[in-house]
Design a protein around this ligand. Structure first.
Ligand SMILES: [Zn+2]
Length: 593
């Protein structure tokens, strides 16, 4: 066993109090890239502080005196496997290996496994999924040892469940997830791709591998198989079983893939039978010259789609209703009120974002001082807590991480230009804040619909329950549309998480930085949150230790390309994902088996 100490907490950190024009770049899963510009406050910071104190209550001022600069984002250490054939450096610095890894990913991108929103069950229409069968053949060719030594079960025809049997069946297995499908390429953007979307073009000069799925998430799927292939080559024998559980319709809903895979695992292993699950997610990012942060996702927002319908009288449009509003107009009033009201940002203790911001405040010496102050004092002062919420709520990239969102995405009503519409409906999509719930969001939508119903004298129904009796004008209905999802349970930061995060340190310092000077580098690992869902939502009953993370260095360019044109990944970053999975399997077996 060898444990490398990296770096001692707090060492080498230069705290700068006055900074001109600063920017931070936060990389959050798939969507959130931001440049937070601070103001030049080099001359006025002291004056400003006095003014702020003057405007605060006495209790707030007293509370501020208890504030200390003790770290709330302690740095950890690297956990290094002692496996006799262990060779992480080879994955990161051997150009031949990196080219080989790139070729394997490139081959996977070339098989076009894009899917739309409404996919048929493979049992009903296997032709729709023909490319996936081709993809399976490709995997067999690319990873011969995995296919020779591991059990492979196909679940619901196309879900791939690989099992590497461990020597101790009493230990809970570890599971790696990824999805085989990729998002459709918009036909109108085909000419904007530097290399065709399914070319899998690999440029040895730039190390970039191009094509749909390069980051979301054929890279992860291929990295998982590649890490297993290396471990098999090196003669590793796991004590704890390892599963790869690879869905095929994550980009639509996961109902054919992840839903079946998770049910199969539950049926065969039972609930709470898995040690940990790793699925797609963000990686690490460089926020300033010497500061990197890794941001695994430990929770996800929930989701509910709500249908608001207005049903009432029709008639000839030459004689509109007395109040001037058709049923379409009443629906528009409801939409307008909901959009104007919005959701308030919430300071939910459960939200991982506070831990993430705390780490940035402590170690990013270029962070805007005002932002930093709000972050570090938020827990001892309601003034700063509110200030922080208002700063975050004013930033496009942050606002939806601290509150429930809403977006009206579908509207319908009316059939003829000279006929009053008997009915109209709209569907609003909500992503539910970690501190809220499906019920709370539905109640809030109902309360606003009630305002409209009362104002314009309509009845009101929630699901099948009458709230206000139907009137001569008609009725407004509020109902859940489709399947709702509560916010995901938050993965605990327990001893399993400890091995996970120390493995990230190892892959970073002894892999990613292996050839570079690392004495002054500060590397923090902090949970963060996201606005979207992954296939893991089907796996909640199998373990509470679910981590969405792929240990890739995210750049602004790569983030922008996800679900868009010119999706590409650097082969060295792809190697980083392979290295992390390699490390994690070894560490879990060595330190917790
Ligand atoms: Zn994905």
């Amino acid at each position: 066993m060898s444990v490398l100490e990296k770096p001692a907490h707090g060492k080498g950190i230069k705290k700068q109090s006055v900074v001109k024009y600063v920017s931070i770049v936060l990389t959050v899963l798939f969507t959130s890239i931001l440049f937070f510009k601070g103001k030049d406050n080099s001359k006025s910071s002291l004056t400003k502080k006095f003014n702020e104190y003057g405007s605060k209550s006495l209790s707030d001022r007293l509370k501020d005196f208890t504030y200390t600069e003790e770290s709330k984002c302690p740095l950890s250490e690297a956990l290094t496997p002692s496996f006799e054939n262990y060779d992480l450096k080879n994955i990161f610095v051997n150009e031949t290996f990196i080219d080989l890894a790139a070729e394997k990913l490139s081959g996977a991108i070339k098989v076009n496994t894009s899917i739309g929103d409404n996919t048929p069950s493979p049992k009903d229409d296997i032709n729709y999924w023909a490319k996936f069968l081709e993809f399976h053949e490709y995997l067999e060719e690319a990873f011969p040892l995995v296919h020779e030594k591991l059990e492979l079960e196909k679940i619901n025809e196309l879900g791939l469940l690989y099992k590497w049997e461990g020597t101790n069946s009493d230990l809970k297995p570890i599971v790696f997830m990824a999805h085989q499908d990729v998002v459709l390429v918009n036909e109108n953007t085909l000419d904007q791709w530097t290399y065709p979307a399914f070319s899998g073009h690999y440029d040895k000069e730039t190390h970039l591998i191009w094509g749909r799925g390069a980051i979301d998430c054929k890279n992860l799927l291929i990295a998982e198989l590649h890490a297993l292939e290396i471990l098999l080559e090196q003669g590793f024998v796991p004590t704890r079983s390892v599963y790869l559980s690879l869905g095929f319709d994550e980009e639509s809903s996961g109902v054919h893939g992840a839903a079946y895979l998770s049910k199969h695992l539950t049926d065969t292993l039972g609930p709470d039978s898995i040690y940990s699950i790793i699925d797609e997610g963000p990686g690490f990012t460089q926020l300033s010259e010497n500061f990197y942060i890794a941001a695994p996702i430990l929770n996800e927002k929930g989701r509910i789609d709500v249908k608001i319908s207005v049903e009432g009288n029709g008639g000839h449009s030459s004689s509109p209703p007395m109040n001037g509003h058709t049923n379409i107009g009443i629906l528009a009033k409801a939409i307008s009120l909901m959009e104007d009201t919005g959701f308030e940002p919430e300071y939910s203790e459960k939200n991982s974002i506070w831990q993430f911001l705390q780490c940035i405040a402590e170690y990013d010496d270029k962070l805007d001082p005002e932002f930093k102050e709000a972050i570090v004092k938020r827990e001892v002062s309601p003034y700063y807590k509110n200030k922080l919420l208002s700063i975050l709520n004013s930033q496009k990239e942050f606002k939806d991480l601290i509150k429930t969102s809403q977006a009206f995405d579908i509207i319908s009503g009316g059939v003829k230009a000279n006929a009053l519409p008997e009915d109209a409906f709209a569907i609003v999509n909500h992503r539910i804040d970690v501190g809220s719930s499906v019920k709370k969001v539905l109640e809030r939508d109902l309360s606003l619909a009630k305002v409209i119903a009362k104002t314009y004298n309509y009845g009101l129904i929630l699901e099948d329950k009458e709230i206000l009796p139907k009137t001569d004008n008609g009725i407004i209905k509020v109902e859940t549309f489709g399947h709702s999802i509560e916010p995901a349970p938050i993965s605990p930061q327990n001893e399993v998480y400890d091995i996970f995060q120390k493995t990230i340190y190892n892959t970073f310092f002894n892999g990613f930085l292996s050839e570079k000077e690392s004495d002054d580098i500060i590397f923090a690992v902090s949970p963060n949150t996201v606005t979207v869902n992954t296939d893991t939502l089907y796996y909640w009953n199998l373990t509470s230790n679910i981590y969405r993370f792929q240990c890739i260095k995210f750049s602004v360019e790569s983030m922008k390309s996800i679900h868009s044109v010119n999706e590409a990944v650097d082969a060295r970053d792809h190697a980083s994902t392979i290295g992390f999975i390699y490390d994690y399997i070894l560490n879990v077996n060595e330190y917790d088996s």
